[in-house]
Ligand binder design. Structure first.
Ligand code: BES
Ligand code: MN
Ligand code: ZN
Length: 490
């Protein structure tokens, strides 16, 4: 779907949309053409209240032609409200038979360029869907919407903001694609292949194969991979938009378990299909790199993905096995289903040794426990830096990918001491998300500001949300992008 901006609305479009801010609710008639002004009363009768994403649909004959008219509520007009309003238009019209929509912001004077761009972003993001495997989609269920024309007073202003926002949206949608694809299609090697397209944007790509990881001593990551016929990969994507001015990059590390059966500590059958999205952290990191390169962010950023499949075959690791991580720590693998931390610890060590970052964030669908703690409203954040906590939380609130901080501490850390090795890979049932983070913290080097974001509750949605249909949300891309924009771009 294409989004275009112009100074004038197109009265020949299949649907004509009038956005209505809450404070303009009493004067809806003024927004409408004279012959359609009666729709203001109709909307009132239908209890249209201009809340963000509220819709009212009516028809009116304007200059002898039947117009299909939609009123969409803008709520208070915040960025989030605007996105929800734009998304509501796409959701309503995507498969409606209509191809062209004209949205008339010229009368809604209070919507500035930035607000309108957010509206466009919501409309654009909500259009994403994956129809790759639908060979029998009914004619009336196929998308028809081709173009949204947004008429704005300050066209120039919107056109200046939009390309960067669109780049971020492309990143979010790339993540949704990676997350949605089943595990027979996306596995470590094919994940890497899908990311090759980032090269065209100037992203430098490094890939480590099994032999190279062996040489580096990544026993923790390789232990997880050894039960699968799919070989693991470590993928690093580098974007430097500073021409070398920022020597030290910010590093993002993503958990990329392309399928998590649990291994020998096998998960129960019902719902196991969800574990195709256990690469959501890696997916978000890849989408972020696409977004940053797409909008030529003036920052130096590395995205690292630890890619493995966790399977229970004859060569799989066993509960009780002891593996040695890249930085020499021994780990007693008591539960092969606590594999994410095993993948991340080596990916994090490699990242720190290779790039010497001062700031490192990891993103992972690490624990079911975080869903018990926070549901699907916030990702959990554990960090060794109050300053970083503040920056990440602020970025999350700004962009609509919210995070909530959880504690770390010695008492939790003790819970993963092993009687036979340096660490065990699981603690007791209590505080499962925190002990998982404590495990990771043991691999954070001196002086590195680090945050772990547990996104297990955010990657996949059972219900449609603000700017997504049910399914992959693309969570994390906007958070990382905002974090970079706020703190590392001049
Ligand atoms: N990938 C899962 C976590 C997960 C569970 C994500 C449900 C999304 C939905 C992770 O690898 C896992 O299995 N964690 C275990 C840890 C436990 C064995 C300590 C869990 O959460 O049960
Ligand atoms: Mn697991
Ligand atoms: Zn997992």
């Amino acid at each position: 779907m294409n989004i275009r901006f112009a100074a004038q609305p197109d009265s020949t479009a299949g649907v004509i949309v009038y956005p209505v801010a809450k404070k303009a609710l009493e004067s809806v008639a003024n927004l409408l053409p004279l012959e359609a002004a009666f729709l203001a009363d109709a909307a009132k009768a239908a209890r249209f209240d201009a809340a963000a994403s509220a819709l009212f649909e009516g028809f009116a004959s304007v200059e002898g032609k039947l117009h299909r008219i939609l009123l969409v509520g803008l709520g208070e007009g915040s960025a989030n409200d605007m996105e929800r309003a734009g998304a509501a238009i796409t959701a309503r019209l995507q498969t409606s038979g209509v191809e062209n929509v004209s949205i008339d912001f010229t009368a809604a004077a209070e919507a500035d360029a930035k607000a309108i761009a957010h509206f466009a972003l919501g409309a654009y993001l909500r259009d994403w869907r994956i129809d790759t495997y639908r060979t029998k989609l009914a004619e009336n269920a196929k998308p028809t919407l081709k173009e949204i024309l947004i008429a704005a007073t300050d066209v120039e202003g919107v056109e200046k903001i939009w390309p960067d926002m669109k780049a971020v949206a492309e990143g979010v949608m790339f993540t949704r694609e990676l997350v949605s694809e089943p595990a027979n299609i996306i596995y470590p090697e094919s994940f890497v292949e899908r990311c090759e397209k980032l090269k065209e944007l100037g992203v430098e790509i490094t890939v480590l194969d099994e032999a190279e990881m062996q040489k580096l001593g990544m026993g923790a990551l390789l232990g997880v991979a050894q039960g699968s016929v799919r070989p693991p990969r470590l993928l690093a994507m580098r974007w430097d938009g500073t021409n070398g001015a920022q020597e030290t990059p910010v590093c993002f590390v993503g958990k990329g378990v392309t399928f998590d059966t649990g291994g020998i500590s096998l998960k129960p059958g019902p719902g196991m299909e969800d574990m195709k999205w256990d690469m959501g952290g890696a997916g978000a990191v890849a989408g972020t790199m696409l977004a940053l390169a797409g909008r030529k962010a003036k920052a130096h950023v590395i995205g690292v993905c630890g890619l493995v499949e966790n399977m229970p075959d004859g060569n799989a690791q066993r509960p009780g096995d002891i593996v040695t991580s890249m930085n020499g720590q021994t780990i007693e693998v008591l539960n092969t289903d606590a594999e994410g931390r095993l993948v991340l610890c080596d990916a994090m060590t490699w990242t720190q040794q290779t790039y010497k970052p001062k700031v490192m964030l990891d993103f992972a669908t690490l624990t079911g426990a975080i869903i018990i703690s926070l549901g699907h409203e916030y990702a959990g954040m554990m960090t060794n830096s109050d300053d970083l906590a503040g920056k990440i939380a602020k970025a999350g609130t700004e962009c609509g990918d919210p995070v909530w901080r959880m504690p770390l501490g010695d008492a939790y850390n003790k819970l993963i001491d092993s009687p036979i090795a340096d660490i065990k890979n699981v603690g007791p049932r209590e505080a499962g998300s925190i002990t998982a983070a404590q495990f990771l913290q043991r691999f954070v080097e001196e002086g590195v500001e680090w945050a772990h974001i547990d996104i297990a509750g955010m990657v996949w949605a059972a219900k449609p949300g603000a700017t997504w249909e049910k399914g992959a949300t693309g969570y994390g891309v906007r958070l990382m992008n905002q974090f970079i924009a706020d703190n590392f771009e001049a």
